[in-house]
Design a protein around this ligand. Structure first.
Ligand code: BJW
Ligand code: ZN
Length: 245
């Protein structure tokens, strides 16, 4: 069912990177950003996912993140997340995710770089005191810092903001040392995150894309598998089990 060259690569590989985007969590019921069912069909990203948007209307932006926290808290990792976690039995695995939803960690993956932050964490825009989401009192609008009264924002990366340097550097190093880089459920249009699979490719890694449709990355991929991540990843894991038995 899978390409012979790909199966050979799975046999030889030691280090594997999974570079993931919103599509891997779609089967858990978390909407993606772009595409037919994407949340940005209804709302413009610059109206919600930027610091300017937050300062213009902090309550609106906070409510939007509260809404997404509720979805995330009421969902579970899916077969795709669990398959990636199980790859650790067979390879040195690094997960590089653009997602803020914590589902890789909840599925059991241990080495994770989060390029766009994590919705569980929040911080005061004045004094940078950190708050975990459950610690915050439920307020109707944006909560205020207990120390200085400043506005509290989610610890996520908005447009025009710099990515956490340690996470990006760790991700880039893992990509460059990888034997296979799986690119799963991302449109690969948001930079600098989308440089990660390109760095892997330039360093000689074998790029395998898993997506329900072609993307910006398809022409650079060594192998593209079109299908749902929650179905394709467990099938690949089954091949790995055969190879390693
Ligand atoms: C399935 C599936 C299933 C569905 N199975 N697949 C050129 C070069 C460099 C930068 C830029 C540039 N042009 C513009 C920029 C700036 C900008 C950018 O990249 N813009 C582009 C959109 C044009 N980048 C930035 O602003 C970044 N910062 C920056 O550049 O700083 C520089 C700087 C320098 C000096 C001073 C200051 C700054 C920051 C980007 C931050 C992005 N943040 C967001 C929001 C995070 C918080 C939140 O979640 O609310 O991150 S935007 C949003 O997009 C989110 C995602 O992580 C990110 C990527 O989206 P993703 O994951 O790819 O999702 P989708 O929806 O696009 O795709 C889903 C895919 O899944 C689809 O392909 C489906 O087909 C597929 N799928 N179901 C498998 N079951
Ligand atoms: Zn403060």
């Amino acid at each position: 069912m899978f390409d012979k060259k790909f199966l050979e690569k799975l046999n030889e590989a030691k280090k594997i990177v999974f570079f993931t985007g919103a599509g891997i969590s779609a089967e858990s019921g978390i909407p993606t950003f772009r595409g037919a069912d994407g949340i940005w069909k209804k709302m413009k990203p610059e109206e919600l996912a930027s610091f300017d948007a937050f300062m213009r209307n902090p309550d609106l932006v906070w409510e939007w993140y509260q809404h997404r926290r509720n979805i995330i808290n009421n969902t579970k990792p899916n077969a795709g997340h669990y398959a990636i976690a199980e790859f650790e039995k067979y390879y040195d695995v690094t997960v590089v995710t653009q997602n803020i939803d914590n589902l890789h960690r909840r599925a059991g993956s241990t080495k994770i770089f989060e390029l766009h932050g994590n919705i569980e964490r929040n911080y005061c825009i004045n004094c940078r005191t950190f708050y975990n989401s459950p610690e915050l009192e439920i307020t109707s609008g944006v909560p205020k810092c207990k120390k200085c009264g400043g506005l509290i924002r989610p610890d996520v990366v908005w447009f025009g903001e710099v990515l956490p340097q340690d996470q990006f550097n760790g991700a880039e190093a893992a990509a460059e040392y990888s034997d296979i880089c799986f690119v799963v459920g991302t449109s690969a249009v948001v930079y600098p995150a989308a440089y990660i699979p390109m760095s892997a490719k330039q360093a000689g890694s074998y790029i395998v894309e898993i997506n329900i449709e072609p993307t910006e990355l398809t022409r650079y991929a060594d192998y593209s598998i079109f299908g749902k991540a929650g179905e394709v990843l467990p099938q690949i894991l089954e091949e790995v089990k055969k190879i390693k038995s």
